[in-house]
Design a protein around this ligand. Structure first.
Ligand code: NAI
Ligand code: MG
Length: 498
């Protein structure tokens, strides 16, 4: 594994952005926390402090919810035409495009991910999300409904109305993309929002907030309150005047969100963890299945809810697939994400590094063997080797629990029927993939896998138009596509006697 070291000149606006303590956005104003507290975000490539950010808690969340409520009920937003909302969303996407290099560098400095990927994946996908949902703003329709009542003649129709004030809590693995998945459909639907970014990675959401104001969204339509989960996040999830909460993060916290939401029975959508099976059949084209399986687990340092963390390969190709994936891992240029030649960066935080390393230890204790990797990389940054574990058993922790790091467990299979049982033997059901040249087998597998997404001969292909979400403990509801418009709307039935 090579390491990269080249020094890098940052975009001038990024240097400027990091110099000032960042405030929070409430009611169209950039303000300090009520408590006056701030917290530090760090650069995971070095462990050094990166920026100071206002630390919101319950008091700030309350102000933000009040601002969002005012903006939902009064002022220009509720009377704005769908076409005007469409133009605002499109304008925001254009502004993001003008600031794409700042977004890419900030995302990389805050999260650690290679700037190469921030530039070609994170930033463009976030921009496309706003463009896609700008189109939906003018297409949220109801239906007319035939009424059979003997009581008379009626004309009945449905309206799809915004659900109201929405709280959105997002994680640190794709900070800008997660903000766009949440904000774009909610705004297209006419909701107002309080967004809480992850404490590890608040910076790109705050830059996005500046552009939201520049685009001309009315005050209070989008409020952004950085802070910690147990304080700001919990206050948002439990707030009695929030109509809906949308959460992406761990299954553990997802369950807390559900409990917190019971106070006022706010609507809840959840996008949670995964332990996704990636299945390579004997007849697969290995020239794509091998790099595809490597990228399925190693992309974003393995910090993907969809990570293909359980690799199943038919026993006739198992050795070849494992050797190939291990070779891909050895080729990575590991280093600070801000170096454009890096293709594996650090993981997001010391906590995440420690968590991954404790799984590596537990795997070793239980008898798993690392074909490649298996250790943390010494130094100040939070680096860990891409790892392929073999000799694993179905009951091992490394096979059952989400590691959220560049660690894949590889298991051979024989019988194509038995593989369905293996694949579905998990509390999760987020994603899955099959690699085969047999189209009939591919689609039969697609029908049998209990997961919200099945990729066939590809992995991690996302599109704003393609619904995404989980079966089982991977979540509730679907984001993206028209499904996300449904998440942020209520159906009203109107019935008139003629
Ligand atoms: P987390 O679930 O604690 O954090 C995600 C978001 O929830 C953050 O914004 C956090 O501030 C907020 N949060 C935390 N506790 C909260 C609470 N009690 N009430 C309301 N909001 C709260 O995830 P964490 O601790 O950063 O990572 C732990 C594990 O979670 C990872 O190792 C990974 O397995 C999983 N995870 C899954 C993600 C996904 O995309 N599905 C994303 C991030 C983490
Ligand atoms: Mg947590």
């Amino acid at each position: 594994m090579a390491t990269t070291t080249a020094p890098v000149q940052l975009d001038r606006n990024v240097t400027e952005f990091l110099r000032q303590p960042r405030k929070m956005l409430i009611g169209g104003k950039w303000v300090d926390a009520v408590s006056g507290k701030t917290f530090e975000t760090c650069n995971p490539a070095t462990g050094d402090a990166l920026a100071r950010v206002a630390e919101g808690d319950a008091a700030d969340i309350d102000l933000a919810v009040k601002a969002a409520r005012r903006a939902f009920e009064d002022g220009p937003w509720p009377n704005m035409s769908p076409a005007e909302r469409c133009r605002l969303l499109w304008k925001l996407s254009d502004l993001m495009d003008q600031h794409k290099e700042e977004f890419a560098e900030l995302e990389t400095l805050d999260n650690g991910k290679p700037v190469f990927f921030s530039r070609i994946v994170d930033v463009p996908q976030a921009i496309e999300m706003f463009r896609y949902y700008s189109g939906w703003a003018t297409k949220v329709e109801g239906t007319t409904v035939p009424i059979s009542s003997p009581l008379g003649k009626f004309f009945a129709y449905t309206l799809r109305e915004p659900v109201g004030v929405v709280g959105q809590i997002i994680p640190w693995n794709f900070p800008l993309i997660m903000a766009s998945w949440k904000l774009a459909p909610a705004l297209a639907a006419g909701c107002t929002v309080v967004l809480k970014p992850a404490e590890q990675t608040p910076l790109t959401a705050l830059l996005l907030g500046e552009l939201i104001m520049e685009a001309g969204f009315p005050d209070g339509v989008v409020n952004i309150v950085p802070g910690f989960g147990e304080t700001a996040g919990a206050a948002l999830a439990g707030h009695p005047d929030v109509d809906k909460i949308a959460f992406t993060g761990s299954t553990e916290v997802g369950k807390l969100i559900v409990k917190a939401a019971t106070g006022n029975l706010k609507k809840v959508s959840l996008e949670l963890g995964g332990k996704s099976p990636n299945i390579v059949f004997a007849d697969a084209d290995l020239s794509t299945a091998i790099p595809g399986s490597a990228s399925a687990i190693f992309f974003n340092q393995g910090q993907c809810c969809t990570a293909g963390s359980r690799l199943f390969a038919h026993k006739s190709v198992f050795d070849k697939v494992i050797a190939g994936v291990a070779d891909e891992a050895r080729k990575f240029r590991i280093g600070p994400g801000i170096d454009p030649s890096t293709n594996q960066g650090p993981v997001v935080s010391k906590e995440q590094l420690d968590r991954i390393c404790s799984y590596l230890e537990s795997g070793k204790r239980e008898g798993a063997k690392a074909v490649v990797g298996g250790n943390k990389i010494l130094g100040n940054g939070y680096f860990v080797e891409p790892t392929v574990l073999v000799d694993v058993k179905p009951q091992m922790k490394v096979v059952r629990e989400e590691i959220f790091g560049p660690v894949v467990t590889a298991i051979p299979f024989d019988d194509p029927e038995e593989i369905v049982k293996f694949a579905n033997d998990t509390v999760y059901g987020l994603a899955s993939a099959v690699w085969t040249r047999d189209i009939s087998k591919a689609h039969k597998m697609a029908a049998k896998l209990r997961a919200g997404t099945v990729w066939i001969n590809c992995y991690n292909v996302f599109d704003p138009a393609l619904p995404f979400g989980g079966f089982k403990q991977s979540g509730w509801g679907r984001e993206m596509g028209y499904d996300a418009i449904e998440l942020y709307t209520e159906v009203k039935s109107v019935c008139a006697q003629l």
